[in-house]
Design a protein around this ligand. Structure first.
Ligand SMILES: Nc1nc2c(c(=O)[nH]1)N[C@H]1C(S)=C(S)[C@@H](COP(=O)(O)OP(=O)(O)OC[C@H]3O[C@@H](n4cnc5c(=O)[nH]c(N)nc54)[C@H](O)[C@@H]3O)O[C@H]1N2
Ligand SMILES: Nc1nc2c(c(=O)[nH]1)N[C@H]1C(S)=C(S)[C@@H](COP(=O)(O)OP(=O)(O)OC[C@H]3O[C@@H](n4cnc5c(=O)[nH]c(N)nc54)[C@H](O)[C@@H]3O)O[C@H]1N2
Ligand code: SF4
Ligand SMILES: [Mo]
Length: 917
């Protein structure tokens, strides 16, 4: 870097966070030493400068470990070998061509992701539906909010999200349904907290079987029975009708289907007592919710996976939308039904047509749309009917119907339900192509062709957030030499399939222009999605595009959808959909007596390929846990911090027990984040059924019936391993519990097992890698170097401690105990930094604790400053601390991104309770 000063910022690039659908603007800034840092873009209308813990740690993910740097093709010996791009592309094209020629276009498929850019999405969709000529392209958004898409389409005739973040802030009542906003959309949550501070009369209702961190702002929490949402909203519709709150004028002018819908709702909700009992709620709570909804015109109902991830998620979405249509609370400021998107570009994918049942640019498979799209793309091969949805696409790969499958920016072995079936399908499919930026995802093991993709910080294109706002992602670092943009790869394969004409794009600006033109093509107000104002953008205008909400029609004023009471159905009237509530598909039985709920943690992103690389993001939760209500724990003999085995006919999982009275009794919660890359047996989808919603095809993830029992571990332990050594593969510990926890310079592996080895020293040397001259020399060491071991053994009590030392430094430490206790490993990890360990320090290693007065900071609560529970409790004991602000002033906790504020508040409330006699 040619720096003029060490402190002056050399470059600032405005881009967008690659994580959630809030779509926060990020400023990437380079200092004089060439280091990049990030902060929230104060001008971006999604976040106005805020970032959550994940966004704030983005700079620490720039050098991704396990980065995939070369194209690889599986050889006849079964191993992947690096090849040239030309060879990799030819292999894909030849495989696709052979399958299409022999078995037709429906024998190939593409599975994309809400984490690619709109331009990538557009060309992938164009290739599959426009030129290969079948619609077997689907996206992981199928697992995410396809039920909300289907519900919107049924109600409005279009997939239009009719609410903005400003509407949310200006509402008088916000109903959060099946959404843990505080963890999953933290910046929206922060905006809501700020709105409530400005207008304390604003009300929040949280509808979730668990009491989540989001309940921190709840005036009312409805811990409803899992899956009971449609009942609840049918009941609400009845209550609205009985309170005479139906907007008759709006119904007459704009809505069909009211009478039938209300009559159906009444069968589900004959009276309030029955309804409360069916929903598993207190009657008084239910009445309170209904009364607030009845009384509050400016109401936004926001929903996400607690409703969508269900075999009846579409009906649930419509039951909620029905209440807004019946009251006319839609298309006006501060009200409406708001399905929030999960991934950064889930919305962009919906726009271009990334879902198999949409053709392109919000057009379905009607004869007129097929004709229009054919003329626009200049292709006579456009797909004539919807293709296979995600779960069916993989089932077809398993049954041999799909011969070639290209997976881009998603990890289906981790994220699809019934992962055993997905593995079997990928093992069966003759050609599996995977475009990834890391090489160690669970899906990578099944790839026949592995392509190195560029990723955040390197990519160039657009994303659309939850409120339909398009923002640029701009590159600011150079990708690895062989990494390529996904759009480029798709176009290269298209050309090798001889579809040259449609895919000669010089850059993403050209793709964006074509896509914008398509949205306006023969539109004339007939379709909601219209970006034709951008169709004539120069490259420079594209680069400078400020965050903008659609529609943006050319030569016309942009109008807020539905403001005129007109919808996109053939008769321009919205439709209320009569739905009968149904329970979860997976039945509770004496064998499977518990419901397994699952979802997000605050600091992790899905399969952790990026967030798992940041040690401080692993502090808040570093292992797969299962949260259990104390009543259930007693019933199933589960003890806190020990390991539970959870299972059903699909498989089993192991997770650390977390006793939690925020759980609804009868229901367990596991985070969805642990794939095999990070834990041997922590994968939730080893347990989930591939049951899907008949309308949307979205799987039912959240209500699986399972059993739970104590894992009969005979030993517990952990290994700390210096990153100078090759970290052993978790597969070596497949017999037991094993979780990988990357740290600063030291990797921790948490372990537990049933069979204890006779000789722990021998086991440790085998499992952890030795630096023994008689064995092979691990990476980073020279032949002939030797190490030595120190050992403490107390077999009678099942305690063993072993350390390998080389040239005065720790290589690894293994601690084994007979029981399970939370052990503070921070001080021990610190010893790995010592270049010449003293005898005293070695004695500490063997003693298992530091001799000096070291403090244990406890479980980390504030990820930004790594502040633990004990530090916070000490501060509260020392000073009078009335609120989170004071706590922040004393300890720094919560003063950066603010994601931990709900937990800080809970801690303060808890300590106040304890202090009150
Ligand atoms: N930190 C973080 N944030 C993320 C992500 C991430 O991986 N990490 N992923 C992003 C993505 S792609 C998505 S889709 C979103 C998801 O965002 P959310 O939908 O908010 O996240 P989840 O934790 O999956 O589920 C939300 C809640 O649904 C509840 N729930 C379960 N069953 C029911 C039910 O029957 N009824 C109701 N009403 N609630 C129920 C669960 O208890 C849970 O608290 O998050 C996005 N943001
Ligand atoms: N049990 C259960 N299962 C679930 C859910 C749940 O709540 N419970 N939620 C579901 C939902 S809502 C979602 S969205 C899915 C998410 O599931 P996945 O999509 O499988 O999760 P990610 O780990 O985000 O996978 C994205 C991958 O893309 C790679 N990547 C990142 N950027 C790029 C890029 O620019 N190009 C390419 N080619 N690759 C890139 C990353 O390294 C990462 O491995 O999980 C679903 N599965
Ligand atoms: S809320 Fe957090 S994860 Fe979501 S876009 Fe903003 S900074 Fe990124
Ligand atoms: Mo998602």
């Amino acid at each position: 870097m040619n720096s003029t000063s060490q402190t002056i910022s050399q470059a600032t690039v405005k881009t967008t966070c690659p994580y959630c659908g809030v779509g926060c603007g990020v400023l990437a800034e380079q200092n004089g030493q060439g280091h990049w840092s990030v902060r929230g873009d104060p001008e971006h209308p999604a976040n106005f400068g805020r970032l959550c813990s994940k966004g704030a740690a983005l700079a620490e993910t720039i050098d991704l470990p396990h980065r995939l740097t070369e194209p690889q093709v599986r050889q006849t010996d079964g191993q992947l070998a690096a090849v040239s791009w030309d060879l990799a592309l030819n292999t894909i094209a030849a495989g696709f061509r052979a399958a299409i020629d022999e078995f037709g276009p429906e024998s190939v498929g593409i599975y994309v992701s809400g984490q690619i850019l709109t331009e990538d999405y557009y060309v992938a969709n164009k290739l599959m539906k426009g030129f290969i000529g079948a619609a077997n392209i689907d996206t992981n958004s199928r697992l995410c909010m396809s039920s909300a898409v289907a519900a919107y389409n049924r109600a409005f005739g279009s997939d239009t999200v009719p609410v903005s973040y400003e509407d949310l802030e200006n509402a008088d009542l916000v109903v959060l349904v099946g959404s843990n906003t505080a963890y999953a959309h933290p910046v929206i949550f922060q905006r809501l907290v700020a709105a409530k501070e400005r207008r304390p009369e604003m009300k929040f209702v949280v509808i979730d079987p668990r009491r989540t961190a989001t309940c921190d702002i709840a005036d009312l929490h409805l811990p409803l029975a899992p899956g009971a949402d449609a009942l609840l909203f049918n009941g609400l519709l009845v209550a609205l009708a009985d309170a005479d709150k139906i907007n008759q004028a709006f119904l007459a002018d704009s809505v069909d289907g009211f009478e039938e819908t209300l009559a159906t709702a009444r069968t589900d909700a004959p009276d309030i007592d029955t309804l409360a009992q069916r929903c598993g709620l207190k009657k008084s709570d239910l009445e309170q919710f209904f009364n607030w909804f009845i009384a509050t015109e400016r109401t936004v109902s926001l929903w996400s996976q607690g409703m969508n991830q269900s075999a009846t998620g579409t009906d649930k979405g419509n039951a909620l939308i029905n209440c807004h249509l019946a009251t006319g609370r839609i298309g006006k400021p501060a009200m409406g039904p708001f399905s929030i998107t999960g991934q950064p570009n889930a919305m962009g994918g919906r726009e271009v047509g990334g879902l198999a049942n949409q053709l392109a640019a919000h057009q379905g498979f009607t004869p007129e749309a097929i004709d229009r799209v054919s003329r626009f793309w200049g292709s006579d091969r456009v797909a004539q009917k919807p293709g296979l949805k995600a779960v069916d696409l993989f089932a077809a790969a398993g049954s041999g119907k799909i011969k070639a499958l290209w997976i881009i920016a998603t990890n289906p072995v981790f994220s699809l339900p019934d992962s055993h079936a997905v593995r079997a399908a990928l093992a069966t499919c003759p050609l599996v192509v995977l475009s990834e930026c890391v090489d160690n995802t669970d899906t990578a093991a099944f790839a026949d062709v592995l392509l190195p993709a560029t990723t955040w910080g390197e990519r160039n294109g657009t994303v659309t957030n939850s409120e339909r706002r398009i923002t640029r992602q701009l590159p600011f670092i150079r990708p690895p030499a062989q990494a390529r943009h996904d759009w480029w790869v798709v176009c290269e394969v298209a050309k090798r399939l001889s579809f040259d004409d449609g895919f000669n794009f010089p850059n993403t600006a050209a793709i964006f222009r074509e896509y914008a033109a398509m949205t306006g093509f023969e539109n004339n107000g007939s379709r909601d999605l219209d970006l034709s104002a951008f169709a004539t953008f120069s490259d420079a205008e594209y680069d400078a595009l400020p965050p903008t909400r659609w529609p943006q029609p050319a030569n016309q004023q942009a109008k807020e959808p539905f403001a005129d009471g007109r919808f996109f159905t053939p008769n321009r009237r919205a439709r209320m959909i009569a739905v009968r509530a149904q329970g979860p598909t997976s039945a509770l039985t004496p064998t499977y007596p518990l419901r397994l709920n699952n979802g997000r943690l605050r600091d992790q992103w899905h399969g952790m390929s990026r967030t798992g690389a940041v040690p401080k993001l692993l502090n808040h939760a570093s292992e797969p846990t299962v949260s259990v209500h104390p009543q259930d724990a007693a019933r199933f003999r589960l003890r806190g911090h020990q390991i539970a085995r959870i299972g059903n006919a699909n498989g089993t999982a192991l997770a650390r027990v977390h006793l939690d009275d925020n759980q609804r009794p009868g229901s367990l919660f596991m985070p969805m984040h642990w794939s095999q890359a990070f834990s041997q047996h922590g994968l939730v989808n080893a347990l989930t059924d591939a049951q899907t919603d008949p309308v949307s095809g979205q799987p039912e993830f959240k209500t699986q019936a399972v059993w739970a029992e104590p894992y009969p571990a005979k030993w517990y332990g952990f290994a700390l391993i210096s990153q100078r050594l090759t970290v052993p593969s978790l597969a070596q510990f497949s017999g037991g519990y094993a979780v990988l926890i990357p740290g600063d310079g030291v990797v921790r592996i948490e372990l537990a097992g049933i069979d204890a080895p006779e000789d722990w020293l021998g086991w440790a040397k085998r499992q952890l890698g030795t630096l023994d001259a008689r064995n092979t020399v691990p990476q980073g060491f020279e032949q002939g170097e030797t190490a030595h071991w120190i050992e403490f053994a107390d077999p009678a009590n099942g305690r063993f401690r072993i350390a390998q030392i080389h040239a005065g430094q720790l290589d690894w430490v293994l601690h084994i105990t007979a029981d399970s206790r939370a052990v503070d490993t921070q001080w021990l990890a610190g010893l790995f930094r010592e270049t010449e360990l003293s005898t005293l320090q070695l004695a500490d290693v063997m003693a298992g604790k530091p001799a000096g007065a070291q403090t244990d900071v406890g479980p980390i609560i504030c990820a930004c400053f790594s502040i633990g529970r004990n530090t916070l409790l000490d501060a509260m004991a020392e000073h009078p601390i009335p609120d989170v602000k004071t706590l922040g002033a004393c300890t720094q906790a919560g003063t950066n991104c603010g994601s931990c504020i709900p937990e800080l508040k809970a801690l303060l409330a808890h300590s106040a309770l304890v202090a009150t006699p």
